[in-house]
Design a protein around this ligand. Structure first.
Ligand code: AMP
Ligand code: MG
Length: 646
């Protein structure tokens, strides 16, 4: 960003703090420091120099940063933000002044850059941030479009405006909007309305104080990677952006082994014992001393005296001497003195109390299992993050452990959006389709081990969408929606998602499933700090499934604390496949065993993103890489088998 060279950041901290009981707002404690220091930290990287406008407690503001300028209003008597602005313009040594209030700790990371770009583009006097808000007061059930909300205290102004402002204030007028009306204003729409939240009351302050952390505004943070028509975002990059931001849920619970199937282990399991606990036999046969075996160069067999029997669970307690052996069963403890087992089928001859062994039948040490060779006492038997499958349950049981600590189940809410959708049981009106996505999502989420919350079909109506998102946010860790995220979509989904949270809208270099929304939404005031990750998947039924597997699934697994990479295999293309370079394509395939015994894959036919039968006919997805062009029959391609995935 080159714009910061010419911009002075100006923090407005000169208010009376009336709604906070006249405390000095900027200096209120907030998440380990003060409100104003959060603003300072977010603004500083965006500007060349920064100063504060305050009307009291000047030394405390001065102490925030070495050499920082703190200037009180020229107009006496707490005359409002315009008075602060006047002071700012007067002290501004650069061409431009960027204002931000001291109680906006979430301000966007690209505030200066975007306002500056708009100022230049429109040759304006001032560039002002705007967000979309939904009016809570619905009138008679009508659904008003989101309203544009101007944020005049977040504006970038030319320093040369000072004489005009002096003149305006001299008339006794004090409203920012009033003065802006006399100027050329460029409005800049920001997606993330919550970034402009200010904290007005002590109660709000306390509520925000409970937030986990002031997360960097995600949407703006990754805006540079949004992708465009000309330059869509590569799949791997988008997935990484997502994974980098998601952390596992903290809560854990104790479950019995029966209840642990498919759950995610929350802590390493350390083996309390050696498994096996003692040296034992791997075969039914004869336990003997390796030193008694026929030695190299000696062609004559050796005959040993059988002096006892060792059973699994009933050891032979005597001592085995030279020339002796013990009949032994699989799993029985090795008798003292023995180090090898001759499988009974390798004995040359078996007498009443003897056994004869030919030269070379076994080597010394053969068929003996060592204590701890499976799991050593004190070692990590299973690592945290393991998804417990049947083998894991068995292994935990082999340690004598009957309960394990697992992460709590993830709660995932999901709904479909679209006026054209009908639920099962409803008549299918003209131009309508049955909602199938909710069923695929139900299946995929359930398979993943999530607790699911089906919120039904949500109409393309801002109030309904907002209500659904808020409910989902209160009740779930994550929200998966389908439909309404493409740019051309004639609905409000994108606007409402942006309004309720910190959401990025991506154009991905993939097919199917180009548009995707990802971010964090907040339930809003009444629900405290409830938040949920949002995965806004496209509407087309195949696109939903593909983007679920590629984006939502790995992200949800990360939230579950699970280490569960999907396995890509290679198969020979049994037919040519058309493919355009510059995007990753996920074609539906049927993998089978070719005549030579090696895997081969063919496509399921029409590959349209609405053709769900292309998924039901398939048993794998053929992944054609970003840079790849057409595939010839016989070429090797990557496949993602459905088994274990779906
Ligand atoms: P959209 O992304 O909302 O523009 O939807 C893209 C296409 O997917 C449209 O043809 C929709 O009718 C279809 N679609 C959206 N949601 C669903 C759903 N839940 N079930 C079946 N089709 C859907
Ligand atoms: Mg739609």
């Amino acid at each position: 960003m080159t714009s910061s060279n010419s911009i002075t950041g100006w923090i407005l901290a000169g208010g009376r703090g009336t709604r906070m009981g006249r405390v000095d707002k900027g200096l209120q404690p907030f998440q380990g420091s003060t409100l104003v220091s959060h603003v300072l930290a977010r603004l500083a990287p965006q500007v060349s120099t920064i100063a504060i406008n305050a009307n009291r407690n000047l030394p405390q503001y001065q102490a925030l940063a070495a050499g920082i300028t703190v200037v009180p209003d020229q107009l006496q008597g707490y005359e409002g933000p315009l008075a602060g602005l006047q002071t700012g313009l007067r002290h501004c040594a650069t061409d431009l002044l960027l204002t931000a209030p001291c109680d906006s700790p979430f301000l966007p990371a690209d505030l200066a850059a975007r306002l500056h770009a708009a100022l230049l583009e429109h040759d304006a006097d001032v560039a002002v941030a705007v967000t979309l808000e939904v009016d809570d007061a619905a009138d008679g059930g009508a659904s008003p479009a989101p309203r544009r909300q101007l944020h005049p205290v977040f504006s970038l102004l030319k320093a040369s405006l000072l004489p005009q402002l002096d003149t305006y204030l001299a008339t006794g007028a004090r409203r920012m909007e009033g003065w802006f009306n006399t100027l050329r204003v460029a409005e800049v729409l920001f997606d993330d309305a919550s970034a402009f939240r200010n904290i007005n009351t002590l109660e709000e302050l306390q509520r925000h104080e409970r937030d986990v952390a002031v997360t960097p505004a995600l949407a703006t943070d990754i805006a540079a990677a949004a992708g465009s028509d000309a330059d869509p975002l590569p799949v791997d990059q988008a997935r990484q952006l997502m994974l980098d931001r998601i952390a596992p849920v903290d809560a854990t619970e104790q479950v019995t082994l029966h209840g642990a199937l498919d759950r995610v282990l929350a802590a390493d399991i350390i083996s309390p014992i050696n498994v096996p606990a003692y040296d034992n036999s791997a075969m039914d046969g004869y336990a003997l001393r390796g030193a008694d075996l026929p030695v190299d160069g000696m062609s004559a067999p050796v005959t040993l005296a059988v002096i006892g029997v060792a059973y699994a669970g009933r050891a032979y307690t005597g001592c085995v001497g030279a020339g002796q052996c013990v009949r032994i069963m699989t799993g029985a403890a090795m008798p003292v003195g023995c180090d090898s087992v001759l499988p009974q089928e390798l004995a040359t001859a078996i007498g009443i109390d003897t056994v004869t062994i030919a030269h070379g039948a076994i080597r010394a040490g053969a068929n003996r299992r060592f204590a701890g060779e499976d799991l050593a006492q004190g070692g990590v038997a299973l690592a945290a993050g393991t998804v417990l499958r049947p083998a894991h349950l068995g292994l935990v049981a082999s340690l004598g452990i009957g309960q394990v600590t697992v992460r709590r189940r993830l709660r995932v809410a999901f709904f479909s959006t679209g006026d054209e959708l009908r639920s099962l049981g409803q008549p299918l009106d003209d131009g309508c389709v049955y909602d199938s996505n909710r069923y695929t999502l139900f299946g995929m989420l359930t398979r993943l081990g999530c607790e699911v919350l089906d919120l039904g079909i949500v109409r393309d109506d801002p109030h309904a969408l907002e209500a659904a998102l808020r409910t989902a946010c209160r009740d779930a860790d994550a929200i998966v929606t389908s439909g309404g995220v493409s740019e051309g979509a004639a609905d409000y989904t994108r606007d409402i998602m942006a309004l309720l949270g910190d959401v990025a809208f991506w154009k991905l270099a993939m097919r199917p499933g180009r548009p995707l929304a990802f971010g964090q939404v907040r339930a809003g005031d009444s629900a405290g700090d409830a938040r949920a990750w949002l995965f806004g998947l496209p509407g087309n039924p195949v696109a939903v499934m593909v983007s679920f597997y590629l984006f939502a699934r790995p992200a949800l697994l990360r939230m579950m604390g699970a280490a569960s990479p999907s396995i890509m295999l290679r198969a020979r293309a049994a037919q040519p496949m058309r493919k355009r370079p510059g995007r990753t394509e996920y074609q539906r395939g049927i993998v089978s065993t070719g005549a030579d015994g090696a895997p081969q894959v063919r496509l399921t036919g029409a590959q349209g993103s609405g053709i769900l039968s292309s998924m039901t006919d398939a048993n794998c997805i053929v992944v054609l890489a970003h840079g790849q062009g057409h595939v010839a029959a016989g070429d090797m391609v990557d496949i993602l088998p459905f088994d274990g995935l779906i």
